[in-house]
Design a binder for this molecule. Structure first.
Ligand code: DGL
Length: 237
């Protein structure tokens, strides 16, 4: 089965790459909707419309399953997509707040995401259910999205010195206040952010663990694909 992925830009390639490690022989399609990036501050109905267009393209290219490789699009559109394409399996992504809250020793957790993700049902339900006993510091970090798009996904380690220093300053401005407030877990709640993980970890300098859910989402996508393939075989038998 061909598996489709989409994001507002190149962010979701962190999930695509994790999936390809797990399933090197599976055919994939990736849509980076860079023309409309960022999604983070758009109204929900607009993100639904953009997500719907991405899904239609992926289905038109023969995908049998879609990974919404974007926290913001998942927050805004996953319910709509599941209702409108009942035969298509969808995998979404939400900030890894649950493991962060359960594993935090200081009782303070930092989450970096977009405004759209923080306003979504999934995030708020998870927060109410699993993070009642911890302090959650939610930080909108749209600048990171713009930065990753600007760098076209260039490996951060290979940036020229001044460029690297600029990115580090940007990251420090968002992450340092979280560390000062005692956060020992930093959740990367946007698929653009793992691209900056080496810098975020450098700024944390062992003071907090950085949680990147890319591999967990890829594993979930693999499981769902295997189930969908079995169902297809059973239906055709
Ligand atoms: N990569 C996205 C996410 O996971 C969206 C970033 C944006 O377009 O604002 O939320």
């Amino acid at each position: 089965m061909k598996v489709g992925f989409f994001d507002s830009g190149i962010g979701g390639t962190c999930i695509l790459n994790a999936f390809k490690k797990l399933c090197p022989d599976v055919e994939t399609e990736y849509i980076a909707d860079s023309a409309h990036c960022p999604y983070g501050n758009r109204p929900q109905d607009e993100i639904v419309r953009l997500s719907d267009a991405n899904v239609r393209k992926l289905l038109g290219r023969g995908c049998g399953m879609v990974v919404v490789a974007c926290n913001t699009a998942t927050a805004a559109a996953i319910d709509y997509l599941r209702a409108h394409y009942p035969d298509v399996p969808f995998v979404g992504i939400e900030p890894a707040l649950k493991p962060a809250a359960l594993r935090s020793k200081t009782g303070v957790v930092g989450v970096l995401a977009t405004a759209g993700t923080f306003g979504g049902r999934l995030y708020n339900e998870t927060k109410a259910k699993f993070a009642r006993n911890v302090t959650v510091l939610a930080v909108v970090a749209d600048e990171f999205v713009t930065e990753v798009e600007r760098l076209h996904g260039a490996p951060i380690e290979e940036l020229e010195r001044n460029e690297y220093a600029r990115v580090e300053k940007l990251v420090r401005a968002k992450v340092e206040p979280l560390l000062k407030a005692g956060a020992d877990k930093i959740v990367l709640g946007c698929t653009h952010f793992p691209h900056l993980k080496p810098v975020i970890e450098k700024v944390c300098n062992g003071r907090a663990e950085v949680l990147d859910p890319s591999m967990a989402v890829a594993r979930q996508a693999k499981r769902m694909m295997e189930v969908a393939e079995r169902v297809k075989l059973d239906t055709n038998a």
